[in-house]
Design a protein around this ligand. Structure first.
Ligand code: AMP
Length: 114
């Protein structure tokens, strides 16, 4: 199978506005932002979606969430708050089959989501 869109971004083969990177995750601005701050935090390992994560991915998943919170804080969202979203499968609204955590902030989020 070919590499995912987000693997190509991590390899700098596609452009992105990267806001954080370490050995396990990459964070970059969503190309179609749904809020004033909209960043995707993705594991470098191409796990397709949370439903396909394995027990051996525990460290990556924990790191992903901790870094999502760190990225949110670094972008000024700590006091106002923010939302983290994982879209899984068709009804979840998943469009890119490479796990990613949306970090959304800079406006009040509605509930329930549409
Ligand atoms: P999801 O619908 O949860 O799978 O989210 C995929 C997200 O990836 C969407 O919010 C898209 O706007 C975003 N996206 C797609 N292609 C790119 C890209 N090349 N750079 C940054 N974000 C992208």
């Amino acid at each position: 199978m070919g590499r995912t869109l987000f693997e190509k971004i991590a390899a700098r083969e596609l452009p992105a506005d990267i806001v954080y990177e370490d050995d396990m995750v990459l964070a970059f601005r969503d190309v179609h932002p749904q809020a004033p701050v909209h960043v995707l935090v993705v594991p470098k390992k191409p796990i397709s979606r949370i439903a396909d994560a394995a027990p051996g991915d525990r460290e990556i998943l924990g790191h992903l969430l901790l870094k999502a919170a760190q990225v949110a804080a670094s972008l000024g969202l700590e006091d106002s708050g923010y939302r983290l979203v994982l879209n899984n499968g068709r009804d979840g609204g998943e469009s890119v089959p490479h796990l990613h955590c949306h970090v959304l902030g800079g406006r009040a989020m509605g509930w329930p989501p549409g």
